[in-house]
Design a protein around this ligand. Structure first.
Ligand code: GSH
Length: 277
């Protein structure tokens, strides 16, 4: 692992690191914020999965999460959204290929050799950060924006016991029912829709739900709201009687102005779960 940068930030350290990924078979970059408390021992961690077109950098510089994470003594991880590099498959569309890994393990060509973002986020990166940094593996929460909200919700419901809490900003909520989903799931996983179900938060909510608390915010003026389908997840949450707070925020769009506005609420929500019994 190589340190690309380390900056003092809200009393802690915002680092950017590069490592050779086994899952993605290319170099991967991630951001990690460690609060001051990390100098004294392991701290809880909040994963932030980003959306389409993002690298590790967008949320790290625009979400405003470090101030609140520092206040609550929580580490933040900002992974990239896909494998990258010259030898890695790509597509001209912004919502397929590099920058659009969708948090799945691709089985189809040309994506299969590198596009294993599920294994990367679920297995490889947690092992790497727990080995190299003072992170408490027993206190993890996960959040994300848009495609990253989809990743956060589906990872949380598929990995019971891993995360104490899950939240999402404008998550892609029913990807099997919209073009932000059908296009990518068919490209990465093939045409057998039975294999898509574990990657659909609304279907997973109907199937298994989540054992901890959930917080979801979406803006009513989100320009992509028809693709996000928040109503499908709300219906599944209500049908399951899942513990959840689902909010539609008047006037907010899909941008980081929306994400940063509600970031404090999300960090406090996770802090309550991560410091609870
Ligand atoms: N390519 C489209 C959509 C891209 C987009 O809105 N991506 C969101 C996540 S789905 C994002 O976080 N973009 C990066 C940023 O705002 O920093 C556009 O540029 O309008």
């Amino acid at each position: 692992m190589e340190t690309l940068s380390e900056n003092t930030c809200f009393g802690g350290t915002q680092g950017v690191y590069l490592h050779a990924s086994d899952a993605c078979k290319c170099d991967m970059t991630f951001g990690l914020f460690l609060p001051a408390e990390a100098k004294d021992g392991p701290v809880p961690v909040l994963w932030y999965l980003s959306g389409l077109t993002c690298t590790h950098e967008n949320a790290m510089t625009k979400a405003g999460a470090q101030a609140w994470a520092a206040e609550h003594g929580i580490a933040l991880v900002f992974p990239d959204t896909s494998p990258r590099g010259e030898g890695v498959a790509d597509h001209d569309d912004y919502d397929l290929g590099q920058g659009a890994g969708f948090y799945v393990n691709a089985t189809q060509e040309p994506w299969a050799p590198h596009f294993n973002m599920w294994d990367y986020i679920a297995e490889e990166l947690p092992a790497l950060i727990i080995e190299n940094f003072p992170i408490d593996a027993d206190r993890q929460g996960i959040t994300g924006h848009s495609m990253g909200g989809h990743g956060a919700l589906t990872l949380a419901m598929n990995l019971p016991g891993r995360y104490r809490s899950v939240s999402a900003f404008a998550p892609i909520s029913n990807p099997t029912g919209a073009d932000w989903g059908r296009k990518q799931l068919s490209a990465y996983l093939g045409d057998d829709e039975a294999l898509w179900a574990k990657h659909d938060a609304s279907l997973m909510m109907a199937e298994t739900g989540f054992e901890g608390p959930i917080l979801i915010d979406t803006g009513t003026s989100d320009q992509f709201i028809d693709l996000l389908r928040p109503e499908a997840l709300s219906t599944a949450i209500a049908a399951r009687r899942q513990q959840a707070t689902v909010r539609l925020q008047p006037g907010y769009d899909h941008s980081y102005f929306f994400v940063s506005t509600f970031m404090e609420d999300h960090v406090i929500f996770h802090a309550e779960a991560l410091y609870g019994a």
